[in-house]
Structure formats: structure tokens, C-alpha cells
Design a protein around this ligand. Sequence first.
Ligand code: GLU
Length: 547
Amino acid sequence: MDYQLLAELLYPHIKTLPEDMEKRYPPRQLPEGAKVTRFAPSPTGFLHIGNLYGAFADERLAHTTDGVFYLRIEDTDAKRTVENGVELIIETLAKLGVHFDEGAVKDGDKGDYGPYRQSERAEIYQTYAKQLVREGKAYPCFCTEEELDANRAKQEELKLTPGYYGEFAPWRDAPLEKILEKLAEGAPFVLRFHSDGNVENKFKFTDEIKGVINVTENDIDHVILKSDGIPTYHFAHAVDDHLMRTTHVIRDESWLSTLPFHIQLFKALGFKLPKYCHTAQVLKLDEGNKRKISKRKDPEFALTFYHAEGYPVAAVREYLLTIQNSNFEEWRIANPTADMESFKFSLKKMGVSGSIFDLDKLNDISKNVISRMNADEVYENTLAWANENDADYAAILAADPAYAKSIFAIGRGGNKPRKDLTLWKDTKDYVSFFYDSLFAPEYTLPAAVSADDAKAICQQFAAGYNEADEQTVWFDKMKQIAANLGYAPETKLFKKNPESYKGHVGDISMVLRVAVTGRQNSPDLYEVMKILGKDRVVARLNAMIER
Ligand code: GLU
């Protein structure tokens, strides 16, 4: 067979050679041990927790080794491309603290190894495909859909492995004349890999996460270029990961089944194999049983969920590290305040079987993360969330930043900070009683207090309220009111002699809390009143009196 001639006939427009590509994309000059990783999604714009799991591992691996993390868009399937898909991907990940060093950007590329959209790399793929034809390692296949369907049906009937191999591979060693005939007719063809594998042969392979695994050789002549000259995933990733000098391919374990073919492809192309890292699936516990996290059943599947709910970026990152590296929690206990970026991420510590995603645990981490922030950080994050999700709330917060910050400062900074916020979304309810436009009181009084007493309490407190009072003076005034109205000024006294009193000073402060905040639970009432200011406090007391 004159492979040289065949190559020219199939791809006459390709004038470049692999060596031209090697020159165009030379090895990267990086420090010893630096890892080059990539995130390679289809531009559907939709990202899920599995994507984040992979992208985050990519990002950590590159950025903890002075390496490079780049974005490659796998858009060879036009059906899966949406407008703004690339932008959405970049934005969604950036909002979760995952940033690329190079790769596809909104309207083009950033970096020397582009183009980073596979749809713009046809010449590159065809250069290598043509070379494989020259070497007798790839051949055109003119089978029609009907012929392939008939093959499949026959294989099913005979309970044979499906695919293009052996007697089911009519074009595998077809004579040149037959091919020429088809080409002369202008018949469409795909380019197939001429596999030299044998399913009887097994070999050992080391995956960077799974460890040593047993692999069976591939004997199927998979398609590498479709009839329009566009590559399949298998071929495109081999060429791209080689030329973009990827050192570590981190991808979902569902790719393990085609790994034998990928190993063959790298060998046939004369490329050094990157390290493969197949990640376990993200699972959920559902009534005690493990199952795959699902788009349909679990809102937390989509990454947009985390933005809409308002999870702090640090919480999501911290949680991911918890499920990705088995030693992270231990490290966190030993280094409670350390920046998580200083944790040494390792592939070896990644789970081999599925990682369980637990929203309660994430919420817990989120509470801790927010409790460690100062008021300015809480304000900035809340405002950013509100700007995207709740314009009215954003306007309220932005109207008086100092006031909002004084609210968020309550209970912060000490060694036992309050942990009552889990999500930025929660803050609206938390701050609502500080703003008249959001104030929606529920006047539920303590059982011991009659409506008349409640009014009397508010009246007496309003009459004596002085913003300048120290906390003890402020509280003494409540004790005085208690005594005036037949309530015990100390809880102790009440406990000793409950029959002698209507209630105790705690009932007085509860009535005031309900009047001023509209609820029975609130942060420290003394601080709350200071922030609200005398006018608002008195107005709210009056509102209770006038009920
Ligand atoms: N485009 C492939 C996917 O979205 C990428 C797999 C890989 O990272 O190699 O699943």
C-alpha cells in the first residue's frame, strides 16, 4: 500500500508536518516539578459539582507547584456549544476562586499554546492525522450509517463486543483501488485508527489517583477524525495535551474505559504519555445509601446554586479540600487560622472510590468561615451577593455602609464569635429589623406578661431611655421597671419565691426585645439599641404601646 499517496489524497490541503507543530509549541520553560494542568469542558455554559471537583484539583496541583493551569474549550460538538458558554465557564469558576493562567478568554486566547478552542485547531489535528496515514496507522472508512447499524445488530445477536474490529472492520485493510474508487465518487469518509491491540493482552498501568490498575488492550479501530475533518475527543485530547505540554490529565473516572485506546494513540503519535489522574465520582448519601449526585434530584449539583445561595468562596474551597484530600481536616485542626492556600494538595490523598458530598458539612464550614470574617468583609460579600440576586436589598445596604457595617460588627472579633450566618442570603433576615423598610415584627410576648404590662414596660423604658447609658445602668433601669410592675428584679429571687412575682427581669427585657426587634431572638439587645439609635428605639416602643 502506498500510504504516502493515500495521505496526499485524503488531506491534500495539509502542508504542515508534525515537526512544524513541535516547533510552534516548544516545551514549556518551567521550574523543576511544575505541573501543567487543564480544565477542558464543552462550552455548554453549565458547570456542575463534578466539574468543580476536577477543576479545583487541577488548579491546586498547578498553583502549588509553580505550574500552569489553562482553559481549553472542547467544542468539537457544535450541538453542545451555547453562546457565551466560555464566558459563563470563566465567570462561574472565578466566582468560586478558580482562576486560569492561560487559555480561552471571552473573545480569544491568552497564552502561547493556542488556539485554545478545539474548533480552531483543525489544521493541527489533520497534520497529525495525515502523518498517521503516512505511517499506515490510520485509514479511511466509507461505511454508511446503515452498514454500521447492521454490524451492531449482528454483534448484539451474537453477543459480541460492539465496535469496529476484526470481521466488522471492512475498510481496515482495504486495497488502495477500492479506496480510490470511493474517493472518486466523492463518498464521505471518517478516519479510523488502525489498532494493533489484542483483548487477550492485559497490562498494568499506574494512575496517579487510582494507583496500579489492570488494563486490557484495545482492538477497536475508533474514529479519530469525523467526516468533516473534526477530531473526536480521543484524538483531540492526545494532540492537545501533548502540544500544550500538559503534565497531568485530571478527568472523571468514566474515561477509564477508553484509556487503553488513549495510551495506544499517544504511542502511535510518538508522544510522551502525560500522567493520568482519574477522579472518583461525587456521591450523595440518600436515606443511608450512596448514589451519584444528580442533576435532577440535587440542587447542589449545579454550580450556580452556590452563587445564588451565597456561599462564601472560602467555604466552598475549604469544603472541597476536605472531601478531596483525606489529610486536610487534620491539617485544619493543627492550623486553624492558616490560609488554606498553604495546604499541600496531593493527588495521592484523593479518594479512590466516590467522595460523599454533604451539604450539612459545607454549611457548617460556611458558618465558621463567616464567623471569622470582620464586619467589612461580611458587608462587602453580602453587598456583592445582593447586587446579583436582590437589587432592593443591595440598595438598602449601599445607602449607608457605616450603618450596615455596625450591624455586621455585632458579636464579631472576640474569641467566641457568633455563628448565626451560613449564607449571604441569610443576612437579609438577620439585618431586617435594623431597617424600617424591612421591619416586619411578630409581637409574641412572654407568657407571664399581660398586654397591659407590656405597654407599661415600653412606656417606662421609653421615658427613661438614654443612649449614653453604660450597659449596667441600662440594665438597672429594666430591674427598676420589674420592681415597679411586680416582677422580680433578679432571676434568683424569682426562682426562690415564684408565687410572689408575676415574672422576672428576663420577661421585661424580652418584651423590650420583641418591641424593638420584632422577634424573641436577636443579638445583644444593648448593642442593637445603640445601633438603631434613640429615635428608632422610641418609635418602636411607641408602636407597641399603640397596638
Ligand atoms: N471535554 C471532556 C469532558 O467534558 C474533557 C475530559 C478531559 O478532561 O479530558 O468530559
